[in-house]
Design a protein around this ligand. Sequence first.
Ligand code: FO1
Length: 312
Amino acid sequence: MSPAKKQTVTALAGGVGASKLLLGLYHAMDPGDLTIIVNTGDDITMHGLKISPDLDIVTYTLAGIVNPTTGWGIRGETFHFLKRLGTYGREIWFNLGDRDLATHIHRTDLLAHGKTLSQAADHIRTSLGVKSRILPMSDQPVPTIIETADGKIHFQEYLIKHRTEPGIKAIHFHNVKHSHPAPGVLEAICDADKVIICPSNPLISIGPILAVPRVREQLRARKESVVAVCPIVGGKSLKGPSDKMMMQLGIGSSASAVAKLYADFTGTFVIDRRDAKQSSAIEALGMKVAILPTVMRTRNDKRKLALALLAL
Ligand code: FO1
């Protein structure tokens, strides 16, 4: 496929699922023309450290240092620090690696000295040589809380400590009504030639970004330029527990179920060939449908999907 024409792109992203496409985009276009708005609902404070998993996953991926096996953390990681914390009886279900720790210490210190999360994220990505802008959705903490039959828990506890086993009754974005889009977020959506919704969990990765006041409205105003890549293929999540969560909340786990969640602000909905039969149901929601290979296993798959999206 020939190189993409020059254009500015703003992508809305969660963590591991989004990063595959982001890496494709990063190499298929001028990375300086790419802005990424990242979910921070997954952020958590552990052992006094401010951890922003999705910001770090995106940054490490584009910096070329992510652990290729897990998709999070740093390649070649060791866990001596965590093991030692365990000897003090502390909870060690959240696997903080020794190399990764430097990022959390640095971010925590910047925040303690009055910097914003946006400023910390920018410093980390420029220090790691990432050329695209990486913006948190908000500078205010908006933790994603999962309501289960046994009570409310932080999303990371649900995902990692409890391995997504508890049935979910509802998802809450704590304090989101009082949050503001981080500096540059609304402008990035307003000014980009194209806005791409990455194939991330629509409920707990894209959902928190959409819940930040004025973000969804800004996307609606750009509907014709918004392209969403479906994270569900053949009824299953490309990554993580989207399918299970959508089923438990009664939304259903299909491309059209995701399309319904995005219909008010998406101009083009991208589905895999396996879901082609759902095209007319999705078009009936008021969106164009593009059928593209959305399952990205190799570097070439990522680049091909990125180029196809840029060409739409
Ligand atoms: N994901 C896991 O499945 N297990 C972990 O122990 C874990 C630790 C971790 C530490 C730092 C970090 O930045 C991310 C980490 N992740 C871990 C990934 C992360 O929690 C999730 O994949 C995202 O929040 C969902 O996008």
